[in-house]
Each structure stands twice: as C-alpha cells, then as structure tokens.
Design a protein around this ligand. Structure first.
Ligand SMILES: Cc1cc2nc3c(=O)[nH]c(=O)nc-3n(C[C@H](O)[C@H](O)[C@H](O)COP(=O)(O)O)c2cc1C
Length: 378
C-alpha cells in the first residue's frame, strides 16, 4: 500500500495571532462526530492502564464535560478467550456512555473477531492501540510496533473497520523514533480505509514521556487528513494548555489522561470555558475527599472490598497527592488491609486536612508524574 505525500488542506486553518480566538473557532465547528456517533463535547478521557476503569470513568462523567471515555488497553485475544480479567476491563454501566474500548493485538483476524464481540456487547466505539511502548506489547507486533509496519498495519485497521458498523478509531504516537515520524502518513491511510478519528500523543515511542509534546508534529497529522477529526493529546493539565493545543495544531478535539487524574473537573472546566470564556475552579480538599470515597465505593461495588482496597491504591496516590495529604497519612491509607483500616485512615485524613492550602479553597497544582524506568518496561 503506497504512502501518499503530505498535503496541506484548507479545512482546518491553524490559528495565527490575527485569527479569531480559539473559542470562536471551536464554537463555529460542527459537533464532534465519530462516524455516526455524535459526542457531546470535544474533551475526551485518554486511556490510562490501571486507572481508566469503570469507577474512575463514572466519577469523571458525573462531574461533567466528558465527550467520550475509553477503557484501558484490552488484549484482543483475552477477549476472545473470555478471560475474566479481560472481561472485567470492559465492564460498564448505563451512566458510562458513550463508551469506547481500546483493543491491542497484532493479528488482524483476532482484532476483527474481538471488534465483533465488542459490537455485539453494545460498545459504542472501538479504539486500536498503536501507541503502547511496553515491550510485552510491542514484541507481539502490537502497540507502537504497528507504526513500523505500514502495509500490515493498514490491513489490520481495514479488517477491523470492515468487520463492524460502530466507529473505529486509532490512538498512536508521532512515530517509533525521530527518524520515523510516520503518524501523518498513517493517519491519511487510516482515513482512506474508514477509520473515524485518530488520537495522537505528540511524542515518539522512543521518547516515552520525556521532553515536551511536539505540537508541530500533531499539526502535521491534522494537515494530512481530509475530514476525520484528529484528537490532540499530551501534557494538557489546564484549560490554558488545552487552548494552546487547539491553537497550535488546529486539532478538532483533545484528550486528557494524567491531567484528569490530577483534576477530574478538567472536562467540565473546558466545557464552561468553551461556552463562556470562564471556568469554575477544580474541587477543594473536601470535594476531593467526597470523590475519593465515592470512587472507592464504586470499586467495592465492582470488585468486592478486598480487591477494591488493593486496586484502589494507585488511584488513591493521585487523590491524596492532589489533596496535599501528609506522607504519613498517605502511607497509612496505602497500607490499609481491611475496611476498618481504610475508613480509619480516611477519618484521620479528613481531620488533619491539607498540609498546604486550605480545606475549602484552592490547592497548589499537582506535579504530574510519569511512569518510572525505561519505557519498554512500564
Ligand atoms: C500510567 C499510564 C497508562 C497508560 N495507558 C495507556 C493505554 O492503556 N492505552 C493508551 O493508548 N495509552 C495509554 N497511556 C498514554 C495516555 O493515554 C496518553 O497518551 C499519555 O499519557 C499522554 O497524555 P497525558 O499527558 O494527558 O497523560 C498511558 C499513560 C500512562 C501514564
């Protein structure tokens, strides 16, 4: 399959200083469509393995503003084998709509069959993972390694698209490394085979999370396609950073991962800003405590108390850091083994309050961490 050269198309002008404001442009755009699926906002939750589970998706949706939420990456073969762990990743509920499942795999037949299984279960949209840098995934020809094999990868995308009626999207990075920035060419090919949208994290696989997001690279992807929406992704923690992503790339929508862990109100803030130019502050210490407890109860509902306590630790880390809870109380919650220990730790956290900022006012913004160690091992 040939790769077409890039061409700049007039449909999505990138704003210069003399252009209308970003908000004016967004307000003039038609609603965000994934094929026939209309999304209520252009602010999407990016998949985060270990975090974007049903309890967290319910929380961000309740706070408002989320156009679409996607599961963690899900093994296509695990779906076909009906592996209980894999099936748990695609559990959903009525409030969790519209709902996309991200699948990974390198075999077109398995990916196709997994897509059909998901469609039969009522999933709204399927996302193909082409960005995961972890060697466990890339060595089986999946994740970011798909960006190194043009023909096979386009055939795989076509096989998935043609096997279902629901929209199929792709999430990828700019390329494998700085010598192979294949995202624009892939995006163009994907559009030709019927992919409904492409989300692009503005880094290469080799970069992992180092350096800064290359918005020029994302812009080249926007310019490479004719009509499908391109979702800009990477390092958006505030409305101002999102505005910059729109302004410098001309993208049609944005997705947030770690920024949403630090501030689950982010989607609502974007919707408010788009409509009025202003937005309400993120939640206070007290608001976050309420949210933490609610998310934990959703986890208990889904997994039972024992699994909820262990599986919630990663998420609790983000909540407690954002709430400026002292290190000793953070440890106390992390070490809780029973419901009583968990609740006692939360009572102690509630009575001590934040170490900086106030209980009912603004909290200092949270430093956003990245996975530690070489990206092949995450
Ligand atoms: C802990 C963690 C898990 C992730 N899991 C996935 C995943 O399952 N699928 C995927 O496509 N991207 C995954 N990503 C990448 C994010 O979706 C996103 O592209 C990246 O974090 C940059 O966006 P952000 O700065 O808004 O977080 C993960 C990132 C992190 C930090």
């Amino acid at each position: 399959m040939p790769f077409y050269g890039l061409r700049t198309l007039p449909h999505m002008p990138v704003l210069s200083e003399s252009s209308p404001t970003v908000r004016d442009r967004l307000l003039s755009l038609p609603p965000l469509l994934y094929g026939g699926l209309k999304l209520e906002s252009r602010y999407l939750l990016s998949p985060l393995a270990g975090y974007t589970n049903l309890p967290f998706r319910r929380i961000v949706r309740e706070l408002g503003g989320v156009g679409l939420a996607t599961t963690d990456l899900v093994n296509a073969r695990g779906l076909l084998d009906r592996s209980p762990k894999t099936l748990q990743l695609i559990e959903t509920c009525l409030a969790d709509r519209p709902f996309a499942v991200q699948i990974f795999g390198g075999d077109p037949v398995i990916m196709r069959d997994a897509a059909q299984l998901l469609e039969a279960r009522g999933v709204d949209s399927i996302d193909i993972n082409m960005g995961c840098p972890v060697s466990r995934i890339t060595k089986v020809g999946a994740g970011a390694s798909l960006m190194c094999q043009a023909d096979r990868t386009i055939d795989l995308a076509r096989a998935v698209v043609e096997s279902v009626k629901i929209p199929v999207t792709v999430k990828m990075r700019l390329g494998w490394d700085s010598t192979q920035l294949t995202a624009p060419a892939f995006a163009r090919e994907f559009e030709q085979v019927g992919v409904a949208a492409v989300a692009i994290h503005g880094r290469t696989r080799e970069q992992g999370f180092s350096g800064v997001v290359d918005r020029t690279g994302i812009r080249k992807v926007v310019e490479a396609v004719e009509r499908i929406p391109i979702i800009g992704n990477g390092d958006i923690r505030t409305v101002e950073e999102g505005e910059r992503m729109f302004a410098e790339t001309g993208c049609h929508a944005i997705s947030m991962g770690r920024g949403a862990l630090a501030n689950p109100w982010l989607f609502r803030q974007f919707v408010e800003w788009e409509a009025t130019g202003e937005y309400s502050p993120a939640g206070t210490f007290d608001d976050r405590l309420v949210l933490l407890k609610r998310q934990f109860e959703y986890a208990v509902e889904q997994r039972g108390i024992e699994r909820a306590i262990t599986s919630f630790r990663k998420m609790a880390h983000w909540y407690l850091k954002a709430m400026c809870v002292s290190a000793s109380l953070r440890n106390q919650l992390q070490e809780a083994r029973t419901r009583l220990e968990f609740d006692t730790a939360l009572d102690d956290i509630a009575s001590q309050g934040p170490t900086r900022g106030s209980r009912s006012g603004l909290l200092p913004s949270l430093h956003i961490s990245v996975p530690a160690g070489p990206n092949a091992n995450w």
